[in-house]
Ligand binder design. Structure first.
Ligand code: SAM
Length: 284
């Protein structure tokens, strides 16, 4: 069954009495070309976890390329719909759960034998950022994450220092992955159409971070501090976040060639690493 066809979507809705729940971010994709781009970008041959299968339009396409698909769907009304739409796919498992409360490490161990797999999804937009943060911070054995997100979120994740979009999420994603935009997607290609345009974002997970720091926890504390008050200087952000003397901090920052008057959003990953190592020394 062609699940991108409006006629078929309406038929399924009628058959199961299904209405879209806005609160669950239910904007279903109706473009076969976009589905193809997601599947092409996903390194999913060994296996893939999908978040939010909806009627199964992406699930179906993934099941043709991947050895096994595990799809996590929060809406229990969709379980019987998926049994119907995916009846010809014998390598798909549906888990009815909230992805944010799901132990994905256990799924990868139990369902995929712990090998590196990928994540692919048309994400529910009300929780895009928490899902991406979870996927990264859980340190899962993943090759890549290919997800449909709001265009602005994709821009923030890919942003370079000294641009308005650069923030803590850019640093987090760029530290653990190489982000890129696969394609932009117009709101009119979803049913119902969301209020914003979208983009397919690919995060190719790195084997090792692009910069070396002696203390990753301190690195991310510095990132949090630097972006905590965007209008303040880095010196002010750091001294209030860490409760440290400004004179001491000024001297130490000058030693690593980071001007205390700079704003957090101008720092490269390399500079965050230098800052973290310097703060570790100061706090010893
Ligand atoms: N994959 C389908 C498609 O592309 O047409 C549907 C995508 S729709 C944007 C998001 C899907 O995520 C919906 O099916 C929704 O019910 C599901 N969802 C929302 N919140 C979720 C959560 N916390 N955990 C798992 N699935 C969720």
């Amino acid at each position: 069954m062609e699940l991108t066809s409006m006629k078929n979507i309406k038929e399924i809705q009628q058959k199961f009495g299904f209405t879209f729940k806005k609160g669950l971010g239910q904007n279903f994709l109706t473009s076969a070309a976009v589905i193809d781009k997601i599947v092409d970008a996903a390194d999913c041959e060994n296996g893939v976890i999908e978040i939010g299968p909806g009627f199964g339009v992406l699930t179906h396409a993934l099941s043709e390329k991947s050895k096994k698909v595990v799809s996590v769907e929060i809406d229990e009304r969709l379980v019987e719909v998926l049994e119907y739409t995916l009846s010809d796919c014998d390598n798909v498992k549906i888990i009815n759960a909230d992805v944010l409360k799901t132990d994905l490490k256990k799924i990868i161990r139990d369902e995929f034998g712990g090998v590196k797999i990928s994540v692919a999804a048309n994400l529910p937009y009300y929780i895009t950022t928490p899902i991406i943060i979870k996927l990264i911070e859980d340190k899962l054995p993943l090759d890549s994450i290919v997800v449909m997100v709001q265009k602005e979120v994709a821009q923030r994740i890919c942003a370079m220092p000294s641009t308005k979009d650069y923030g803590a999420i850019s640093v987090l994603c760029q530290y653990y992955a190489e982000p890129s935009v696969v394609t932009e997607v117009k709101a009119s290609l979803f049913v119902p159409p969301p209020k914003v345009d979208s983009a397919v974002l690919k995060l190719k997970l790195r084997d090792r971070p692009p910069v070396i720091t002696n203390d990753e926890t301190m690195f991310f504390k510095c990132v949090k501090a630097a972006f905590s008050k965007r209008r303040k200087t880095l010196l002010n952000c750091l001294s209030s976040f860490f409760g440290m003397d400004k004179g001491l901090l000024t001297e130490a920052m000058e030693r690593i060639n980071i001007a205390p008057s700079r704003r957090g959003e101008t720092l490269t990953l390399q500079e965050f690493a230098a800052l973290a190592d310097m703060l570790c020394c100061l706090q010893r």
